[in-house]
Design a protein around this ligand. Structure first.
Ligand SMILES: Cc1cc2nc3c(=O)[nH]c(=O)nc-3n(C[C@H](O)[C@H](O)[C@H](O)COP(=O)(O)O)c2cc1C
Length: 778
């Protein structure tokens, strides 16, 4: 249907016309009738004959208002007003004065002042925040608005204020019910294109305001027209979702020296790019400069994975509000899209229209990103409870280590043999390639009077997961296993004294050397070869069956440590259950303030340079996660986000990585020990290392997934100390499921949970501290 309504009035039956145009979803122009014009009068008369048309005539009060606004000092009586109105009409009848405006979409016929007087009166209350001269300048300006959520608010504000003379609106979307939390329009407009809804609303406020609609949205084919047809735009407001169009419109704006303004309806974030004043300015403040801009690629971006590399720098993840970040984590979990509030959209409309006016009037010349963050500006200044984290103990001090070592040595026999310092270096080097929780390397070695002492360096290991140091003991046990394997290879005998002092657990082991080699080791000649080959494999791989004889040999390796036992589950139904339990434990770990703090501050390393410098922690590139999962991790980094997820009992998305890992796993295994004790965990660590080296021998990859078992230990042996109630309850339920899944744990202690997988080797290896940081030779 053509939007040029007057042309049809002549040709159509008027009832038909009213009906048809009422139902039309494309008409957005009103029809003007000036009754002094004979033809208009004829059409008008036939229109008002229609029973369906609603008439509104307040011309008298508009004339009175006009007179008042032109005589601000005067106080007229009713009679004086009437006299001045009559003079103003100059013999014209009320009916013929001004213009009748017919709104086809609502069948309303409204009598108003004609354009010049209408605009004068409607903008009179702008004075002198906007002077008459400024209003005249603004009337010559053209603004393009792309995307009509915030864009609707901007457009209406600009039209209300008459912040420009022409608006070009582009959006291909229709109004849906879930838009009505922020787009101010009636339910009768559902299904209507947003451009027409906005154009109609503007026409109802000011039928003379020029609006040009681009109902197909912005495309490569029409962008030139949008920017230039009918005169070059003076400003562009980008409120669209499409990455390609965001970039395209900026490239065009830059080419034509047109400023771009964007508002993000979160924390009042507004971006200004003055391509009019800075023709060489990079688009999006240069934040996309590291990317190749190729529209063949950009136009094909569909999934959030594909869009992320562009959207992350555009949105600036770090500066989003905590609620926005937490909500983004919930997308496709408990909500469908990111939230936008009416308050934010309304504010955005005002911020953008204000900025635009000042740009167009040469009152503002800057570029940049600005925040009108109401929560900061209108702040609740009540003191907030600061998060407190346990302070780790000081690093082991050499004097203290010596003192402890001497006390322990007094209880030991005289060393049988004295070995060369180079051998000590080799032994400790082998020992510290052992795995440790979060690669925290819990060891410190002291070679003193021909005895080697292994200390627990608690300054590195204090963590919520390391309940009673159990995770540390697993790593320390694995290190002892490596040390003994290496000694055996060198034909050096070893005698271990575990926890030799009753009064301190800082000293984990005293190692003495002898001529007789240790024959309690498991397949030492074979396994020693894999000490430097072993690694944690977090690559997903594909679920591939593993031969039963490999499982048998892994079980043998574990049970070679007295009391240790390995359980392996590989049935798909069992693995699904593990995915639930392990996923939930990973989520709960990140939702606990201490677990969250430790994960982000001590464990996770965002890139290889970060892990190289710290020489500890887990390099994120060793974790097989998608870019959107990395973004998820970055969003949750903010402790306020994790707090919000706890409040909302949400955060299911935090289970995704573990669920994917189990979905790709061939099996899940669990090392059991007889009881919950430091010694059992230390010996458990030895069993773990035998298992891991054997798996390496069989080219089977292993990834520990211990959040569940470590927290179960806290629950069962520490009454869930330090866990909020909801977490304790959830862990209790998880543990019941765990017991049902592995009935073998009855009466035993589950010490180490892991997955076995067939996956490509990681491309980077984990770092270790330099030897002189962990070995003292005196
Ligand atoms: C007790 C313990 C717990 C561990 N927990 C996990 C875990 O939950 N998830 C994981 O991916 N790796 C885990 N690991 C593996 C360590 O992160 C890994 O050993 C360390 O980063 C060193 O890397 P590497 O094993 O490749 O040498 C754990 C290791 C140990 C010893």
């Amino acid at each position: 249907m053509d939007t040029n309504c007057p042309a049809w009035i002549m040709d159509q039956n008027i009832q038909e016309f009213v009906k048809k145009t009422l139902l039309s979803k494309e008409i957005y122009n009103p029809v003007f009738f000036r009754l002094k014009i004979e033809d208009d009068k004829k059409k008008f008369n036939s229109l008002i004959e229609s029973t369906n048309v609603f008439l509104y005539d307040e011309i008298h009060s508009q004339l009175r208002e006009l007179i008042k606004s032109r005589n601000p000092r005067a106080k007229f009586t009713t009679a004086e007003y009437q006299k001045l109105i009559d003079e103003h009409l100059h013999g014209c009848s009320y009916e013929e004065y001004g213009v009748w405006v017919y709104y086809p979409w609502s069948a309303k016929l409204v009598h108003i002042l004609d354009e010049i007087e209408f605009v004068e009166l409607r903008t009179s209350a702008n004075r002198n925040k906007i002077t008459k001269a400024e209003q005249d300048i603004l009337a010559t300006k053209k603004i393009g608005v792309i995307g009509l959520s915030v864009g609707q608010s901007v457009s209406l504000t600009l039209a209300l204020e008459r912040g420009c003379g022409e608006l070009r609106l582009a959006d291909f979307d229709t109004i849906e019910l879930n838009n009505l939390n922020r787009i101010r329009t009636g339910v009768y407009n559902l299904g209507l294109l947003k451009v027409y809804s906005v154009a109609r609303e503007i026409a109802e406020i000011d039928p003379f305001f020029k609006v040009v609609c681009y109902p197909e949205g912005i495309l490569e084919e029409n962008i030139e027209k949008f920017f230039t047809s009918g005169g070059k735009l003076n400003a562009v407001i980008d409120e669209c979702d499409g990455v390609n169009i965001k970039i395209l419109c900026r490239i065009k704006a830059k080419e034509l020296n047109i400023p771009v303004i964007m508002e993000a309806s979160d924390r009042g974030t507004i971006d200004v790019e003055r391509f009019d004043l800075e023709p060489d300015r990079p688009i999006i403040h240069g934040w996309l400069d590291h990317l190749t801009i190729d529209f063949n690629v950009l136009n094909k971006l569909r999934t959030s994975e594909e869009k992320l590399p562009y959207m992350v720098p555009i949105s600036g993840l770090e500066s989003l509000s905590p609620r926005m970040k937490a909500s983004m984590v919930e997308i496709e979990q408990t909500i469908t899209t990111w939230p936008q509030l009416a308050t934010a959209v309304t504010l955005g409309g005002a911020l953008t229209a204000d900025t635009c006016r000042r740009i167009l009037l040469d009152q503002f010349t800057n570029s940049g990103r600005y925040f009108i963050d109401l929560e900061k500006l209108i702040a609740d200044t009540r003191p907030k409870k600061e998060l407190e984290f346990p302070v780790p103990p000081a690093e082991l001090d050499i004097v203290e280590m010596n003192e402890i070592a001497e006390r322990a040595a007094n209880q030991l026999n005289t060393p049988q043999i004295i070995i060369k310092p180079e051998d000590i270096v080799d032994l400790v080097t082998a020992a510290i390639t052992a795995p440790s929780a979060g690669n925290n390397q819990p060891w410190k070695w002291l070679y003193h009077n021909s005895n080697l002492f292994l200390f627990h360096e608690k300054s590195r290991t204090l963590s919520f997961g390391d309940f009673k140091d159990i995770a540390s003991y697993l790593g320390l046990g694995a290190a002892l296993e490596n040390l003994e394997l290496c000694a055996r290879q060198k034909n050096i005998g070893t005698v271990l004294h575990l926890f030799p002092l009753q009064d301190t657990n800082k000293l984990v082991a005293a190692i003495q050397f002898s001529a007789a080699v240790n024959d309690t080791l498991y397949q030492p000649q074979k396994l020693v070869r894999y000490i430097h080959e072993r690694f944690t494999n977090r690559n997903l791989g594909e679920r591939t069956p593993i031969a039963p004889k490999i499982y048998d040999s892994l079980k043998k390796a574990v049970s070679s440590v007295p009391g240790a036992e390995l359980i392996i589950k590989s049935h798909p139904g069992e693995l699904d259950e593990f995915a639930d339990i392990i996923g939930a434990a990973d989520r709960l770990r990140l939702l606990h303030p201490d677990g969250h703090y430790e994960f982000y501050n001590k464990e996770l390393r965002w890139d290889s340079e970060h892990s190289r410098v710290t020489a500890d922690g887990i390099d994120i590139s060793t974790v097989d996660i998608s870019p959107s999962e990395v973004v998820g991790l970055k969003l949750v980094k903010d402790p306020l986000v994790s707090q919000l997820l706890v409040e909302w009992r949400a955060g299911k998305g935090l289970e995704r990585v573990a669920r994917k890992s189990i979905a790709a796993a061939s099996a899940v295994g669990l090392v059991l020990m007889p009881q919950f004790s430091s010694l059992d965990y230390l010996l458990g660590g030895r069993a773990v290392q035998r298992l891991w080296l054997s798996a390496t021998e069989h080219s089977v990859s292993l990834q520990p997934m211990v959040a569940a078992t470590l927290h179960f230990a806290r629950l069962n042996h520490g009454n869930g100390e330090g866990m909020p109630d909801f977490m304790k309850e959830e862990f209790k339920i998880l543990y019941k499921r765990f017991e049902q899944l592995i009935p073998e744990i009855k009466g035993r202690e589950e010490v180490f949970l892991f997955r076995l997988c067939m996956a490509e080797k990681p491309s980077v290896r984990s770092y270790r501290y330099a030897l002189d940081k962990v070995l003292v030779m005196v």
